[in-house]
Design a protein around this ligand. Structure first.
Ligand SMILES: [Zn+2]
Length: 479
């Protein structure tokens, strides 16, 4: 069920949106606790339907027993204070179970039923039914009007802010916070491709990558050139910082890959709320503090936006930065960028910078060592048109250089369509299911990939044969 679209809403519709958002959060917490305490729910369970139902029932019964028998114990280790989300007068406090939700991939998205207008008409009618119920004496909860009233009071100020923003900076109703009604887990509501089967980023498991001799080195053109007659600038678009160059038709930067020409389109950053997170791609579940995406589009398709219509139209070269506090910031070619971040604090801000060569964002001698897979843009619309080249060599960044990213303001939206400017502490989308894709490496660093895979699948099929017993066993020992 969807919230009412975020235009001007009636009071009744706001109440419905608030109640829907609470309901979603309760469901999230319910599954969140179960997955946090019983690891079996973190991945799709390989067992027949009856077993899955039994496992779920057993977990629920055990949960109820533990909650009921221990709720008055001061040291309730199963679900201690702060483990679950809590709504306070100053806002929502995130429960601790959310701290490692990126591991939880037990719930996979169901394919949307296509071609059924009846379905959407029915959904609309059901939504109206609930809207009226939540606003009736039988269906209301005592605090719902307080929650809405608070939001209405700040609305004037907020509308003022919205209309003062550069139109191009306002990129729609989505954000990164997992606590938000427009956070990554809900992007698919308004942007259905975000629920697709080849989404990015992913967790790269190095020793499961297939070596391919077809992965020739990237051949760069004008990556090291400084265009002194062109203005370079940084922009805060409310979701990231973009390095831009004023369009100049004679400007030609880009790369050749497997005999095809890709033109440079733009570059932006992904960071995290602390130095342990920030990169979108993980390496064996490990995050790094910064990831730079250098976007290109296939020359044959003419423009970036046209390239989004093809499954090989866009090439993103991802460069990951490792934390290293011994980085010499005085001679770092990127220092001017880091220095200027504080000049684009507000969403919509733009500042000029010294010309910088694109090669400064890429580790030296790294054009031949990379992973490749087929994926998507990591922001809505999440178009599945991206050839991902993830560099195997890392760059270095210091803690000091990272700090300024977290002072930037971004767009935050809530269920009542109120846009607030808050610190953009993090802008890394959680990893997405890999599904039936293949990860390739251009470097044959593990000679035994094939034999490894064989023994791995043999082990997996043993688990399948013993499926039921093992699932239950795991369930009882792993929490
Ligand atoms: Zn990106």
């Amino acid at each position: 069920m969807k919230p009412y679209p975020k235009e001007i809403l009636s009071l009744k519709e706001r109440i419905y949106n608030y109640r829907l958002s609470r309901a979603r959060r309760i469901i999230e917490n319910t599954f969140g606790i179960l997955a946090a305490r019983c690891r079996i729910f973190r991945k799709p369970i390989i067992a027949n339907e009856k077993t899955v139902i039994n496992v779920t029932k057993a977990a629920t019964a055990l949960h109820n027993y533990l909650m009921h028998s221990r709720q008055f114990e001061p040291l309730n280790q199963y679900c201690p204070l702060g483990f679950v989300d809590c709504e306070t007068s100053s806002g929502l406090l995130a429960g601790e179970w959310r701290s490692n939700v990126s591991d939880y991939q037990g719930i996979t998205t169901l394919q949307k039923q296509l071609g059924s207008n009846n379905y959407s008409r029915d959904a609309k009618a059901v939504r109206e039914l609930f809207r009226d119920f939540f606003n009736s004496p039988q269906g209301q909860v005592p605090w719902q009007y307080d929650m809405i009233a608070e939001k209405l009071a700040t609305e004037f100020l907020i509308l003022f802010l919205i209309y003062n923003l550069d139109e191009s900076a306002h990129h729609g109703d989505w954000e990164y916070s997992l606590l938000s009604d427009t956070g990554p887990q809900y992007w698919g509501y308004d942007h259905p491709i975000c629920n697709g089967k080849r989404q990015s980023p992913i967790n790269i498991i190095e020793n499961q990558a297939f070596y391919s001799t077809a992965l020739t080195p990237l051949i760069l053109f004008n990556y090291s050139t400084l265009f002194n007659n062109t203005s370079y600038y940084l922009t805060n678009n409310g979701h990231t910082v973009i390095l831009g160059m004023d369009a100049n038709s004679s400007l030609s930067i880009g790369l050749f890959w497997r005999g095809r020409k890709y033109n440079y389109y733009g570059l932006h950053f992904h960071w995290g709320e602390n130095d342990q997170h920030g990169s979108e791609h993980l390496f064996s579940n490990k995050a790094n503090p910064l990831e730079v995406h250098i976007l290109h589009y296939l020359n044959d398709y003419g423009t970036f936006s046209n390239s989004l219509n093809y499954d090989d139209g866009v090439l993103v070269w991802s460069n990951i930065f490792q934390l290293d506090n011994s980085v010499d910031t005085s001679s770092n070619p990127l220092q001017d960028i880091f220095n200027n971040i504080k000049n684009v604090i507000q969403a919509g801000d733009k500042t000029s910078i010294q010309p910088v060569a694109l090669s400064s964002f890429v580790a030296e001698n790294s054009t031949y060592s990379y992973y490749y897979y087929d994926g998507s843009l990591t922001t809505p619309e999440c178009s599945e048109s991206v050839v991902w080249i993830v560099n195997q060599k890392f760059m270095k960044v210091s803690s000091r250089q990272l700090q300024d990213f977290r002072t930037l303001k971004g767009h935050y939206h809530n269920i009542s369509n109120l846009v607030k400017e808050e610190n953009l502490l993090q802008n890394d989308r959680p990893i997405q299911p890999f599904n039936r894709r293949t990860l390739y490496t251009s470097v044959n660093f593990i000679n035994s990939v094939t034999s490894f895979s064989k023994s791995y699948s043999a082990a997996a099929s043993n688990v399948l044969i013993l499926g039921e017993t093992i699932s239950l066993f795991l369930f009882f020992v792993e929490f």
